[in-house]
Each structure stands twice: as structure tokens, then as C-alpha cells.
Design a protein around this ligand. Structure first.
Ligand SMILES: CCC(=O)Oc1c(C)cccc1C(=O)O
Ligand SMILES: [Ca+2]
Ligand SMILES: [Zn+2]
Length: 308
């Protein structure tokens, strides 16, 4: 454990107060966390609405270690939640940062203008501010932050190709770990999705159909591997493995499920794994860790969504 540098606080996207691990230098406080069990650090930076050519953006500083400016809210949540997701992967699985090698975790907020997106771009996370209608600033939801950082975990392990069924699995594993970080509901993104409307979400694991995702192979959407085809429907067909995860977690519980999902992602899945391969990987992981009860529950879960 590194010496705790500075215990700051700040106001998040939803106006809530939360703790921040910060770095004190040059008589000011930076949104840099060096308290984690890693060689690297957690950096949160401000792109000041620039695009890709402005990345990684600018340092975020505060003279009194209270990051309460409105302009700092997205950064407060990106920083706080990145730390929570680091802690989850370290405490649950002993994984040090997204790659297991303690690499820096870099998040940049205020990416572009009115940007209704968040992403892992291969070496860092970026968060748009949303347009205020479809999204509020996207780092304001821990399940979204966990979703993005899990893309980094996936890229450093199974490295599932981001198209067709492997891509839908890539998306689903990010949603499933988003759920594990926000297990109070089966929704994804609800905290920042449509700030003007209560009760809706970007996606639902319990009922993918709610947001136009299939929940069974007989609804699988054949789409082109293009941007407008969502690369073969990676955010659409993910409803099928997401529903299987919902059945699995309800059958065997969250604690066992997260160990099984992590083992499948980091040991058995490979870049071109399809849904049938994922079913097998999860069954094998359940058998390795627990036994036939858990393995059979997974087998049933995937049969229920038409993957045998
Ligand atoms: C749950 C987070 C999420 O899905 O972020 C994305 C958005 C909002 C748009 C496009 C892609 C993504 C992604 O991370 O897959
Ligand atoms: Ca949620
Ligand atoms: Zn994603």
C-alpha cells in the first residue's frame, strides 16, 4: 500500500458528495490517485471539449482539495468510480489494474461536445458530457465506468474481436461486470440516461427487449460489420448473453457468478469465441470452481436463450 497522499472530496454528477484520493504537489491538489496497490496511478484529466487530438487532456487541480466546481463533477465521478472498479478487480480476483500489471488507469472527461458516448479507446477511457437529453455526463454512473474499464480487462485477456458474436460477448461481459459493480438493479446506465425521465435505462439484463435487444437466439439480429450496423450488432445481440447472465446469477447467486465470469473471461475465452464457446467456457469455469449444480445452472441459462 502506498502512503495515502491526500484525502480530498468532491461533488459528483448527481450533486452528491464523495471521497477522492488526490496528489498534493506545487502547493495544489491533483486528481491523481497513487494509493492503490499498483505501480501506476489513476489519473483523471479534462479534455476541455476537445476531440481525439487533445487527448489525454489537461490536469485537474484544486487549491483546497474540495473539487466542488460544476465543471469538476464529471471528473469527480470518473476518478472515484475508477478507484472503486480498481478495488473490485484487486480485492475479488487479485488483478492489479486492468492488465494485471499495474498499468496507469487514465480517464478523460469533457470529451468533445454533447457527446453521448463513453469508451475505452485502447489505452484510456473517455467520457462525453452527453447532450443533457439522452445522457447526463456519462462518468456519473458506476455501471458505465465498470463497463468501460471491463473493456480494458477484456482487451488484456480474452481480447474478444469487436464484431458479430465475439463482439456481443465483449459487450455482454462489460455489462455483466457493470451489474456486479452496481448490483442493486438489472439496468445499465440508469443514473445518467435521459436525465429528464425517471425509470428508464440504456439496457436491461433482466429484460433486454425493453430496449430493443433480443433475449433469445430466435431474435438474433444479422447486421453488417459496419459502424451503422453496430459491427454486426454488438450492442444489440449482447441482449442474449446478458439474459443468460441474468438467469445464471438468479440461479447460483452473485458471488459464485462473478468468479465464474472472471475465470471464463481471463482463462478460457479467445478472440473469436462465439456464444456456444462462451456457454462452454462458463460451464467449464463453474466445474473448475464449484461443481455440477453450478455447471448445470449455466447450461440451463444458455439453453433458455437458445444457445446449446
Ligand atoms: C454502458 C456504457 C456503454 O455502453 O457505453 C457506450 C455508449 C454509451 C455508446 C457507445 C458505446 C459504448 C460502449 O462502451 O460500448
Ligand atoms: Ca445499474
Ligand atoms: Zn461497451
Amino acid at each position: 500500500n502506498k502512503v495515502k497522499e491526500a484525502a480530498g472530496s468532491g461533488t459528483g454528477v448527481l450533486g452528491d458528495s464523495k471521497s477522492l484520493n488526490t496528489h498534493f504537489e506545487n502547493n495544489t491538489y491533483y486528481l491523481v490517485d497513487s494509493t492503490k496497490q499498483m505501480d501506476g496511478r489513476i489519473y483523471t484529466l479534462d479534455n476541455r471539449n476537445g476531440g481525439f487530438n487533445s487527448l489525454p487532456g489537461y490536469d485537474i487541480t484544486d487549491s483546497d482539495n474540495r473539487f466542488t466546481e460544476t465543471s469538476q463533477r464529471a471528473a469527480v465521478d470518473a476518478h472515484h468510480y475508477a478507484g472503486k472498479v480498481f478495488d473490485y478487480y484487486y480485492n475479488k480476483f487479485g488483478r492489479v489494474s486492468y492488465d494485471g500489471n499495474g498499468s496507469d488507469i487514465i480517464s478523460t472527461v469533457h470529451f468533445d461536445t454533447n457527446y453521448n458516448n463513453a469508451a475505452w479507446i485502447g489505452n484510456q477511457m473517455i467520457y462525453g458530457d452527453g447532450d443533457g437529453k439522452v445522457f447526463a455526463p456519462l462518468s456519473g454512473a458506476i455501471d458505465i465506468v465498470a463497463h468501460e474499464l471491463t473493456h480494458a480487462v477484456t482487451d488484456s485477456s480474452a481480447n474478444l474481436v469487436y464484431e458479430f458474436q465475439p463482439g456481443a460477448l465483449n459487450e455482454s461481459f462489460s455489462d455483466v461486470f457493470g451489474f456486479f459493480l452496481d448490483p442493486n438493479d438489472w439496468m445499465i446506465g440508469e443514473d445518467v440516461y435521459t436525465p429528464g425521465r425517471e425509470g428508464d435505462a440504456l439496457r436491461s439484463l433482466s429484460n433486454p427487449n425493453l430496449y430493443d435487444q433480443p433475449d433469445h437466439m430466435n431474435e438474433y439480429r444479422t447486421l453488417p460489420n459496419t459502424e451503422e450496423g453496430d459491427y454486426g450488432g454488438v450492442h444489440i445481440n449482447s441482449g442474449i448473453p446478458n439474459k443468460a447472465a441474468y438467469y445464471t446469477i438468479n440461479a447460483i447467486g452473485r458471488a459464485k457468478s462473478e468468479k465464474i465470469y472472471y475465470r471464463a473471461l481471463t482463462i478460457y475465452l479467445t478472440p473469436n469465441s462465439d456464444f456456444a464457446s462462451a456457454r462452454q467456457a462458463l460451464i467449464q469455469s463453474a466445474t473448475d470452481l464449484y461443481g455440477s449444480t453450478e455447471a448445470n445452472a449455466i447450461s440451463s441459462a444458455w439453453s433458455n436463450v437458445g444457445v446449446n
